[in-house]
Structures are given as C-alpha cells and as structure tokens.
Ligand binder design. Sequence first.
Ligand SMILES: *Cc1c(COP(=O)(O)O)cnc(C)c1O
Length: 423
Amino acid sequence: MSLTEKDSQYLWHPYTQHKTSQTPIAITRAEGALLWDENNKQYIDAIASWWVNPFGHSNKFIADAIYKQLTTLEHVLFGGFTHEPAVKIAERLMEILPKNQQKIFFSDNGSTAVEVAIKAALQYFFNKNKKRTTIIAFENAFHGDTFAAMAASGISFYTQAFQGMFIDVVRIPVPVKGQEQTSFDALENAIKNNNCAGFIFEPLVQGAAGMVMYEPEALSKLIGICKENKVLTIADEVMTGFGKTGKTFAMDYVSEEPDMICLSKALTGGTIPMAITTFTQDIFDAFYDDDINKALFHGHTFTANPTGCAAALASIDLLQTKEMQQNIERINASHLNFQKKIEKHPKVITARTLGVIFAVEIKSDSEESYYGSMRNKLYNFFIEKGVVLRPVGNIVYILPPYIMTDEQLQKVYTTIEEAIEMV
Ligand SMILES: *Cc1c(COP(=O)(O)O)cnc(C)c1O
C-alpha cells in the first residue's frame, strides 16, 4: 500500500471534506523553498507551508539549536519551574516588541495565543469588579479554531455549525480604502452600545480573508478610540509577525501600541508548535493580588517547552541577519514589479503587496466562495505545475519563505499568469 492509501485508511485532515477531496500528496523531504513527494516530484512552497516557514525547510541552524536543546533539557514543567531558554526568549522579544509590552505567556498555537488574550481581556475587568463581556472584531477576521478564537472569527465557513454558542462579539468593517470613516463610526457605536472588554484585529493584513490590506493610520485611529474608552486592544500577529510585512511586526508601522500581542506561526521558523501572548504591565498588574482567584488560570502541559524556545531563539537570530533582511527587501521589490505588470491584466480586479505578502484578485462571473469551483481549479492547476499555492476564492496570494530564490519566485509568477489565462 502506498503512503496515501494508508493515510486514507486512518487519517482525518484539517479543513477537508474527505468524501469529495482528492488524496493528499505525500511529501518525503524538503529543503529551502522546495518539497518533494513520494514520486520525487518537486514543488515550490510558495506559501511557506501555511505561513510558518520563513527561513526554508530543514534549516540546519535551527535543527542544530533544537538538537542541542533536546540533549541538554528537552522539557520541564513550567508551573513552579523555569529555565534559560524561556528567560532568553523573553529578553529577546522585549528588545523587538513594541515598548509597552512587558510580560510574555506561552502556549502552543495561534488559536491558544488568541484564547489566552481574550480570556485575559475578560478577566482583566472581572478582577477589577467591572465585568465586561463583549469582544469587538473585524468582519472576515480569522483568529483560529478554538472557541473564543472562533467567536472572534468572521468567516462563516469555519464557524456556522457553532453559531449561538459563542461569547458576545460585535463586528465592525475593516478600514480598507474608502471605508475608514465607516469603520471608525462602527467602533464608536459598538463601544457605546455594548459592554466591551477588548478589540481584536489582524494588524494591516487579514490573512485568511485573502490578504485584505488596510493602512496603519486607520488602525492607529481605531486603537486610539479604544484607549479613550478603556477597551483593551489585541494585535493578532500570528500571521504578520517576524518580518512578513517588511518590518519585524506589523505593529511597527502603527503609532499606537496595543495592550496584547499574539504570536505563533513563524515564531519557531516552522519547526516546533509554540505560541506566545504578550502583555503590558497594566494587564499583568490586574491579576497580581493576594487573592489566588485573581490569577490567570490558564496553562498548557507543554507551556514554554525549552526545545520550542531554542527553536524560537535560533529563528530570531536568523531573522536579524543582514542576509535575511535583504531577502525580505528583495522579495518585496520583486512583488512590486510583478504587481505593476499583473494589475493591468483585463482578468485582474486588483493586486496588492506588503512586505513578502502579495495577493491578486481574479475576475469571475459568479460570486466565488471560499472553497468554490474557481478556487479548486486554480489550486489543481498550481499543484500540477509544481507550485504550492492555496487560493482563497478568486484571490491568489504568495507568502514565500524569505530564502526563495529569484528563479523560484519567477516560476511562481509565471504559473500565476498562466493560471489567470486558464480560468
Ligand atoms: C493561523 C492564524 C491563527 C490560528 O493559528 P493556529 O496555529 O492555526 O491555531 C490565528 N490568527 C491568525 C491571524 C492566523 O493567521
């Protein structure tokens, strides 16, 4: 039996309708921006395996750091214990995070990072005997698949079976060009008419919505409105963090600082599942008390796993090299060139770029749903051509590992151009 046959016997894949989906591709090895399947077919990983892998697959530098940590201290519980990799990653993050961030809390993935932030926002007011129960979030947001994260997410595909079972969320429009004032007004109204604890947002780029982009000034204004009303702000940088937008964090473009930041995905360079939620001193202080009930009663078994911390430290080392910063600039310049070329194409509605993120919207006769027929046609075409891209409806985006070569990048562009002709 082949690997894929054995797979279909036992395995249940994410976001997959097994009755209608094709068999998955069995990948046997990977290096840099390339993947190889069991038949030795080569693929360019143009989405960094769901946005986690900026420095390339099977990276030796991170692997060595992991091995060293595994053979020194692979894991120890974080309740009542601490260790050097956790302290070091905290110190490193303090150097690069917005200055008001003072405390870091570990968990395992993007959804749990969000879960922790939302729970902290709600309990912050509970601890102050001023209970607030509503969270504000953007339309078409994506914050993960656990319950509070799902509640904050606005893409109905992921959440429709659970409607009516969520914490209270009010949704406001994203301040894309021309819609800024509508968004500001909606936020003011949401705060006036509800008992709002926090506002969660994907800063500057909404990943799962199809790389929807908006300006830093608009986000700054929204955060300012929250500050005036003492509503806590949560920047979900799970996708945008660690260089994707051209700066270390998307929030580096924004003049107002958030109260909390969620990190995961590229945190460990795509090696070990790990996430971090960061907080201001003010939030930490609302939990600091003689009363044990005011503590943040949240934790995961693998909290602050030393091996994950070692991978994260090695990843930040790589991110900060001159070479990697130049790679980010090189890819950005290349995307901007491609954007200029492609946006004039009669079948293209619009194209956009921020940092290493590029997206193009393709014209379509009918309303394209998230996993609709155009999407499937495009996806299959890309796979056949040996390029891993996962379109969202009629939107094709690229989010390459920073080490992707110019030649590989050109092949991705050409394949997208061919796909636009094909549909
Ligand atoms: C992917 C993502 C999440 C969820 O992360 P998981 O690790 O998949 O749970 C949350 N927020 C944003 C912005 C994401 O892109």
